[in-house]
Design a protein. Structure first.
Length: 490
């Protein structure tokens, strides 16, 4: 039989195309983690006139209140109530206590399942059944329920407020074919919701913690990128000109299509302008481009580009560029990866700019995971034959503090923008630190920000120090400049 979709694209990907028909799955998590929303979303996605979904509640909030909470979500359809999604309260089978225990409740669920063959049956909250039966009776009742449901094509969801330590024992978890664990993790600067598949019989799934969010569309899952291994790499031989006057001459004509390029430098040195010009020059050549930004909104980037004569609002631009603004409160490694993956799946995208990944590394608070994440992100883009340009912040003074330290081997090209001491003034310079399998100039060249954007100038002859950490060495003696007036003695 065909697998049952969850109605959540990211979760289906984590589960490798949904759930097996007849599967018994526990949806576990603390209060407020999103269990009921997920279960309801699955019901509204699967319920049809031919095969409805049945949502049983035990001793929980009234159905009128439950429905009122669902009205804010786009997946909710009031016309589906009763015909495609049926809500049934099981309180009459639990109170007052019956001599038969849970047997009437189990019989009712099994009877309706066999008679109507619903796509999904939900029991919410299954944990509350423990309040109405001892361990032995609960074990027998749940065994009877799960065994008889397994003979049908119906997916049974047992929703409950189970703590992580409870997943190691308990009759629900030993009988279940699968366990979906939902958690809410409080952390600075941004709290995070994640889910993981703790168990799933009869099929493979993507392990690890997967970020999910609850918005107006309901639950949205962002699969962990390390579990999405590309099948191969698209070989492309053409070069990608940067559009920055003077730079390609330092790089033997420019980077190759499919390369991953890292642009490092301190704040204000011109990294965003660099990325914008690389992107707009690609658009001018008819290439599809994606710009991911964490600081500047789409409107702000349009304004910056316009100041240099680059149009991001024309009809051609609308077809060839997508700007994805991820505000600081939404910074998450898997959210970024999903945005990139979706663009690559939906469009033949040639160029991708991410500005700046050091902000993401700081906000994500996942330092141990970051190297594996970056390998996966670069591999994902490279497998699609797309070119990737990432900016990363370094310190203005002193030795560079770079989020990419130790990861430079991932990049085909590394370009360093820096401030330098030039006489009594401060200038900008560029240095091509690395080009894989290609010759390049090993010089420090001047860079200016003009009305055309960045322009690479001549090689410096006498400046040998980066601003703040190395003494300026010049030819000849330094002239001492005396103040224009004397400070009187006191």
């Amino acid at each position: 039989m065909k697998r049952t979709t969850t109605g959540v694209a990211g979760l289906d990907l984590v589960l490798n195309d949904g759930l097996e028909p007849g599967a018994v799955v526990v949806v576990a998590g603390a209060p407020g983690t999103g269990k009921t929303i997920l279960a309801q979303q699955m019901c509204f996605a699967n319920g049809t006139a031919e095969r409805k979904c049945v949502y049983y509640t035990t001793v929980s909030e009234p159905h009128t209140k439950l429905v009122r909470h669902l009205e804010q979500f786009t997946f909710f359809d009031p016309q589906a109530l009763g015909t495609r999604v049926e809500h049934i309260h099981l309180g009459d089978f639990l109170r007052p206590a019956r001599q038969e225990g849970l047997e009437p409740l189990v019989s009712e669920i099994v009877r309706k399942t066999l008679a109507e063959e619903p796509a999904i049956v939900v029991v919410d909250s299954a944990k509350m059944l423990r309040d109405f039966a001892d361990e032995r009776e609960l074990r027998g009742s749940l065994y009877d329920l799960t065994a008889r449901i397994a003979q049908t094509g119906t997916v049974l969801l047992l929703v409950g407020e189970y703590a992580p330590e409870e997943l190691r024992g308990g009759i629900e978890f030993s009988l279940a074919d699968g366990i979906i664990q939902l958690e809410y993790e409080a952390r600075e600067p941004v709290d995070r919701r994640w889910l993981r598949i703790a168990k799933m019989r009869g099929g493979s799934y993507r392990s690890g913690k997967h970020t999910f969010r609850i918005g107006s569309d309901g639950v949205q899952v962002f699969p962990r990128i390390e579990t999405l291994i590309p099948h191969g790499v698209s070989a492309v031989s053409e070069q990608v000109p940067s559009g920055i006057p003077g730079l390609d001459e330092l790089m033997s004509g420019g980077a190759k299509q499919g390369d991953a390029t890292l642009v490092t430098g301190p704040s204000g040195v011109g990294k965003t302008i660099f990325g914008l010009r690389w992107l707009t020059h690609g658009m001018e050549r008819g290439k599809r481009c994606l710009y991911v930004t964490f600081q500047d909104t789409a409107d702000q980037l349009v304004g910056v580009a316009a100041a240099f004569g680059w149009d991001l609002t024309s009809a051609d631009a609308a077809e060839n560029v997508s700007i994805s603004y991820v505000p600081m409160g939404d910074l998450d490694l898997d959210v970024l990866a999903t945005a990139v993956r979706s663009e690559l799946n939906d469009h033949a995208t040639s160029l991708i700019v991410i500005d700046s990944l050091s902000e993401l590394a700081f906000a994500a608070r996942e330092a141990e995971r970051f190297p594996a994440y970056m390998r996966s992100l670069v591999g994902l883009v490279r497998a699609a034959g797309s070119s990737l340009l990432i900016t990363s912040e370094t310190a203005v003074h002193g030795l560079a503090a770079n989020a990419m330290d130790g990861l430079l081997f991932l990049f085909d090209n590394v370009i360093d923008l820096r401030y330098i001491e030039d006489g009594s003034g401060i200038g900008r310079a560029v240095y091509v630190a690395k080009m894989r399998s290609s010759s390049h100039e090993m010089t420090l060249n001047s860079v200016s920000i003009t009305d055309r954007g960045l322009v690479v100038g001549k090689e410096f002859e006498s400046v040998t120090g980066r601003l703040g950490w190395s003494a300026l060495r010049t030819h000849g003696l330094l002239e001492v400049v005396r103040p224009k007036y004397e400070v009187p003695d006191r």
